[in-house]
Ligand binder design. Structure first.
Ligand code: SAH
Ligand code: SF4
Length: 350
């Protein structure tokens, strides 16, 4: 197997150009290989017909085009499809295809597990194994497209892991989405969701790439947020709000605040007031997310004390926000019958 060779997939056009120049090859070869990998989606160097045979042999000897292998899939009643892929080093990750009338969204992972231990999150409960490479991140898209009849239209970095803790690979994968002919997927249709790694939010804003940004907010109060998201002790809400305000200003995009409804914890009237104030300060919208049960993971400690807000309270909460001119969407909990909904992505490590 070629698993010990360097992965070529995951390199941006610029990186491929440097590589080919280093190899003593012409710079335009980089674009040819880029197209083969990301646009024509070949998985063997032999199929790169416009490269000379010696160059193909040289590439084959040193590099691999295989990053992930499809392991299995599961289809939910609502049409959501969970895909499980295996990395060359034997780790399993998940991606989810979420179709609706207009879109066919792919939710991708950036890490195997997640080190951040958010109390409401199944991925957090399973711990952290490793970062994915840019190739492994992008390949989820190439492979997922083979498992859905419609073109994938949108990408959300909302699967397993914290994208901004795997910043370089995430950034490279975004560059490839921006450069490759991904059938209409632009960074305008790509959302990076973060629990709030403030310095990296600023760094991403300064790249000029402009993917949409979602901040997992979940509470407007530092103390409560720290209780459910320990990372808040390191990068406070205040710091993150300053960072996303900068992001919105720099990229001229609206921030999405993700807000899981947790009974008694963040669904009170004072939470509504705080959200109104916040959305008045930052160009944004709120994505209210019904809490997906973690009962299938038998949580202990603080996680065991978290319960979903009742449906009628969610509706009243959202109505009050809307009455105050806040833009709010309620996220569908598509796929929770197969544990493929957001925050339910967790696999047992071997
Ligand atoms: N690490 C990133 C992206 C992955 S999580 C982040 O935290 O933003 C993607 C989204 O799923 C986040 O908004 C997260 O808060 C949410 N999520 C996590 N656990 C959930 C659960 N049990 N129910 C509903 N949403 C959940
Ligand atoms: Fe990690 Fe995001 Fe889950 Fe928190 S919510 S543990 S950051 S994947």
């Amino acid at each position: 197997m070629n698993k010990y060779k360097t992965q070529l997939k995951g390199l941006t056009l610029e990186e491929l150009q440097s590589l080919f120049l280093e190899m003593g090859e012409a710079k335009f070869r980089a674009l040819q290989v880029f197209n083969w990998m990301y646009n024509f989606r070949v998985t063997s160097f032999d199929k790169m017909e416009n490269l000379s045979k010696p160059l193909r042999a040289k590439l084959k000897e040193n590099y691999s085009l295989i990053t992930l292998n499809f392991a299995s899939s599961e289809l939910s009643a609502g049409g959501t499809k969970k895909l499980i892929f295996e990395t060359a080093d034997g780790n399993k990750i998940e991606s989810v295809i979420i179709p609706d009338e207009k879109r066919n969204t792919l939710c991708i992972s950036t890490q195997v597990g997640c080190p951040l231990d958010c109390k409401f999150c199944a991925t957090g409960l399973m711990g952290y194994k490793k970062n994915l490479s840019a190739g492994e991140i992008f390949d989820q898209y190439l492979l997922a497209q083979q498992h859905t009849e419609r073109d994938i239209t949108n990408i959300v970095y909302m699967g397993m892991g914290e994208p901004l803790l795997n910043y370089n690979a995430t950034l490279n994968s975004l560059k490839i989405f921006a450069e490759a002919l991904t059938k209409g997927i632009t960074l305008k249709k790509t959302i990076v969701s973060t629990s709030g790694i403030a310095p990296k939010i600023i760094e991403l804003a300064d790249t000029g790439l402009k993917p949409k940004l979602a901040l997992s907010l979940h509470s407007c109060f530092e103390k409560t947020r720290s209780k459910i998201m320990p990372i808040n002790e390191k990068y406070s809400l205040k710091e993150n709000l300053e960072a996303v305000a900068y992001y919105a200003m720099k990229t001229k995009t609206r921030i999405t605040f993700e807000y899981i409804m947790l009974k008694g914890l963040n669904d009170r009237d004072e939470d509504i007031k705080a959200l109104i104030k916040l959305t008045n300060q930052i160009p944004s919208k709120i994505n209210v997310i019904p809490f997906n049960s973690l009962q299938h993971m038998h949580p202990t400690g603080f996680s065991a004390s978290l319960f979903p807000t009742e449906k009628n309270r969610i509706e009243a909460f959202v109505q009050k926000l809307r009455d105050n001119d806040v833009t709010v969407m309620i996220r569908d909990t598509q796929g929770d019958d197969i544990a493929a909904a957001c925050g339910q992505l967790a696999l047992k490590f071997k």
